[in-house]
Design a protein around this ligand. Structure first.
Ligand SMILES: Cc1cc2nc3c(=O)[nH]c(=O)nc-3n(C[C@H](O)[C@H](O)[C@H](O)COP(=O)(O)OP(=O)(O)OC[C@H]3O[C@@H](n4cnc5c(N)ncnc54)[C@H](O)[C@@H]3O)c2cc1C
Ligand SMILES: C[S@@+](CC[C@H](N)C(=O)[O-])C[C@H]1O[C@@H](n2cnc3c(N)ncnc32)[C@H](O)[C@@H]1O
Length: 647
């Protein structure tokens, strides 16, 4: 079991006070009036938002605390910003408050009740790393960077328009007022970026000046005589394509989520699929499981599994009908051999919050899943199954997404007005941005990508009285989930470099053997030896895998031009990389597409919009689809160049 969270708050005269820093979260006079004076007015937000020429605005904050500043900013945004514009609020927090404490603190402000309710409804599973919570149908996005700001801010990629510097007082919380933090604040500043803070401490004033801000002292709030505000002079503007039209090719989970991520940002999207409906290939299984395979170490594979798990859960909560199309019924990862037992122990030792994951014994596993289990392992209380076609349909069900079925683009050509997308009859669409979401078939458009098809067969078994006792998803090398529409989905075979789509009795037999090892009681309860592999129903499709098992997400380089300009081993330092401007991929989701594809879709959309990225920069760079090509040419240091060169 995990360690308990330290007690963060004391309530003194109804006010939250930090036990760790011995300081107040906001002014004892009136927190809400202080927020409005110090952060909203001093950053001139009302005035800037009433005349906002762009369609987005980004605030970043040091110290999320109770979320009061966020709620006040959100309220003002609703009242003053143009209806089509989107607010991004990024906030760092090393010690996230427990749900009950946050709720109690926010209950102090009846005028914010509607906003507090919406925040507390989403403020769950706040675990270390990047988390995005979306409100008002996408009009407001909160990105929480959970961890020490000194570690998270260098990993942030964003163009910030206003900073709220709201650590505890510099004397009590010096690490949030260091030159390294001021450096990050300046690095992330967009042209015209402002900042405001309640303190007027000399070290803060000098630190911000040294980082490039023009700083002035102004009237403080309440008992504080003075505070600081200021403006940043210059910073590169990464720009956004002006014509917001994209073509997405491929109607699986990657295509549907890419279309959704752009449509909610105000783009017009054409989603092209060669079949007559969405989710006919790998994304077409009756049940997929949300199985975050974490590692004992905080490596990119583990981080995308965790970030993707939390992101898809939030999507499912918003878009799907629980019980029918999905269920976060809990998930057991069995420690079924020595290697897995070691991994489970290492994950448990990471002391992640137990509402995310905890170690369980075989007896506890039996209790939690409803049937006797031969092994314990890791228990994910929110682990889930979902019906992938329902998620694809829900994601693509947006008025800005035009679906074009039974259309199979074969080639792409760059012209001055954008990318021409052509099938065998000619041009089917033109757009400045194209996202290729065609899994293994992406080789048609980018033949150099190292993609491998991995055949997978699931077995469908009618539910029985015994099997209906199964209350949770159980995973070993394969998985089974509680029945959907009277049938269990048992998966899946794994045959690399095999693209045959015919059902095979021997693969059913393999799935049944896996099920027997997973739970003899369940296997026997489903019919045991009576189950005839040659008569079982199932489904075959192909995963699409990359050599390092990470997805490929982001803009593509021109492989031919790169090879011409930079011979292997050449010492020439690239001045500019030959980008295929506007051409992106969201592919290679292997066995985890339900977890990884929607998060990758958000990542690409955020890059296109120059918004705060929904993941740390190290992970974002690890997804670079050009990583294999660049390494091959000795240009490893340029992997992730579009994300930024900060470590
Ligand atoms: C047996 C099996 C079990 C799995 N179980 C799970 C699970 O439990 N949990 C999980 O997270 N993941 C699971 N996966 C993995 C997951 O299903 C995939 O990672 C995911 O579906 C990939 O989505 P995609 O959109 O990239 O590809 P696909 O779903 O294959 O979509 C690609 C789409 O592109 C279309 N297309 C291709 N070329 C063209 C073209 N030229 N023009 C137009 N359209 C085109 C195809 O028709 C297809 O619809 C499983 C995979 C398999 C095979
Ligand atoms: C004054 S409170 C913030 C109040 C908050 N803005 C609000 O609206 O309620 C300061 C916050 O900074 C957080 N903090 C302190 N040191 C930090 C660090 N190194 N990294 C990230 N957050 C930190 C604290 O946990 C605390 O929640």
């Amino acid at each position: 079991m995990n360690t308990a969270q330290p007690k963060l708050l004391d309530w003194q005269d109804g006010q939250p006070v930090s036990t760790l820093y011995d300081d107040v979260y906001f002014s004892r006079d009136s927190g809400i009036a202080e927020t409005r004076h110090v952060f909203l007015c001093s950053n001139r937000l009302q005035e800037r938002w009433m005349s906002l020429a762009r369609d987005r605005f980004t605030i970043a904050e040091t110290g999320f605390g109770t979320g009061l500043n966020f709620l006040c900013a959100w309220q003002l945004w609703r009242e003053t910003a143009p209806a089509h514009a989107r607010l991004h609020f990024v906030s760092t927090e090393k010690f996230p408050l427990a749900h009950d404490d946050l709720q109690r603190a926010l209950a102090m402000w009846p005028e914010l009740a509607e906003f507090s309710r919406m925040l507390t409804a989403r403020y769950h599973r706040i675990v270390p790393g990047w988390q995005q919570l979306v409100f008002d149908g996408g009009r407001v996005t909160l990105t929480l960077l959970i961890g020490d700001a000194r570690a998270t801010l260098p990993q942030l990629k964003a163009g910030v328009d206003a900073w709220f510097l709201d650590g505890f007082s510099p004397a009590k919380n010096p690490e949030l007022w260091q030159p390294e933090i001021f450096h990050e604040i300046a690095r992330l500043a967009s042209p015209g970026c402002t900042f405001a803070t309640f303190t007027s401490a000399g070290l803060v004033r000098r630190g911000l000046q040294a980082a490039g801000f023009a700083v002035e002292k102004t009237q403080g709030y309440g008992s504080k005589r003075e505070m600081l505000r200021g403006e940043f002079s210059t910073s590169p503007d990464l720009g956004t394509p002006t014509k917001k039209h994209a073509v997405i090719i491929g109607g699986g989970i990657a295509g549907a989520s890419s279309a959704h991520a752009l449509a909610v940002r105000g783009w017009q999207v054409t989603l092209i699929e060669r079949h007559a409906a969405l989710a006919q290939e790998a994304s077409g299984n009756p049940q997929g499981v949300l199985y975050p395979r974490l590692s004992g170490h905080d490596i990119p594979l583990s981080r995308i599994a965790l970030g993707g798990f939390l992101h898809t859960l939030r999507l499912a909560e918003m878009l799907l009908e629980k019980g029918r199309d999905w269920d976060n019924c809990g998930l057991l990862q069995q420690a079924f051999n020595a290697r897995e037992a070691r991994r489970c122990a290492e994950v448990a030792a990471r002391a992640l919050p137990e509402y995310l994951v905890c170690a369980v014994t075989a007896a506890e596993a039996g209790e939690l899943t409803g049937l006797e289990m031969p092994h314990g392992g890791l228990w994910f209380p929110d682990g889930a199954w979902l019906h992938p076609p329902a998620l694809c349909d829900a994601l693509a069900n947006h008025p800005a997404i035009r679906k074009k079925f039974s259309c199979e683009p074969l080639a792409l050509e760059k012209k001055c007005d954008g990318w021409q997308v052509c099938d065998h009859n000619g041009i089917v669409a033109v757009a400045p941005v194209v996202i290729i979401c065609t899994a293994n078939d992406s080789l048609r458009f980018a033949p150099h990508l190292p993609l491998e098809p991995v055949r997978g067969q699931i077995t469908q078994i009618p539910a029985t009285e015994t099997s209906r006792r199964l209350k949770a998803v159980v995973c070993t090398e394969g998985y089974i989930s509680p029945a959907r529409e009277g049938s269990h989905c048992v998966g899946a075979s794994f045959s690399p470099d095999d693209a045959d789509l015919a059902l095979r009795p021997q693969d059913h037999a393999r799935n049944l053997a896996m099920l027997r090892a997973l739970s003899p009681a369940l296997h026997d309860g489903l019919g045991g030896k009576e189950l005839d592999p040659s008569r079982l129903n199932g489904r075959v499709s192909l995963r699409c895998a990359s050599p390092d098992y990470l997805p490929m997400a982001g803009p593509l380089l021109d492989a031919t031009l790169l090879a011409e300009r930079y011979e292997i081993g050449s010492r020439k330092s690239p001045s500019d990389l030959p980008w295929l401007e506007g051409l992106h991929v969201n592919i290679a989701h292997g066995s985890k597409g339900m977890l990884t594809a929607p998060l990758c879709a958000e990542f690409i959309a955020a890059m296109l919009e120059n918004e705060p990225l929904p993941m740390d920069a190290t992970l974002a760079r690890a997804l670079d689809p050009n990583r294999f090509l660049l390494r091959e040419r000795g240009l490893r240091r340029l992997v992730g160049a579009r994300v930024g060169t900060q470590p």
